[in-house]
Design a protein. Structure first.
Length: 119
């Protein structure tokens, strides 16, 4: 996906409605004060969830983000983190799940996502 290439996300595992990605630290994503920008966490959560959905519905079915709620619980400063997403409920038209970004044992963000069929 070209629009995510600049973040350097790397898939660590993806199977049966789950996806775990590594989000590398890139200084260009820092906001003033040296904290990783919130949009990086949100983008990582959306991409990880999209990939988790693809493990259940395949690459030919199109789903798009309908809603996403984010809670910022911590921050990363100068280091990579992981993002894990999983599908909680999957229907023909709607898919619901969550994602969490973590740095080692610290939760940085928690996200709930709803996807809707684009077809």
């Amino acid at each position: 996906m070209e629009f995510t290439r600049r973040y350097g996300f790397r898939v660590l595992a993806a199977k049966d409605g789950t996806c775990e990605m590594l989000v590398p630290y890139l200084a260009e994503n820092d906001r003033p004060g040296g904290i990783v920008s919130g949009q990086v966490y949100m983008h990582a959560a959306d991409v990880a969830f999209w990939l988790a959905v693809k493990t259940r519905h395949g690459v030919s079915e199109e789903f798009v983000t309908s809603s996403m709620t984010t809670a910022f619980l911590g921050s990363a400063r100068g280091h990579e983190f992981t993002c894990h997403a999983h599908v909680i409920k999957s229907g023909r038209r709607l898919i619901y799940g969550e994602a969490e970004c973590r740095a080692r044992d610290r939760v940085l963000t928690h996200h709930t996502l709803t996807y809707v069929s684009a077809g």
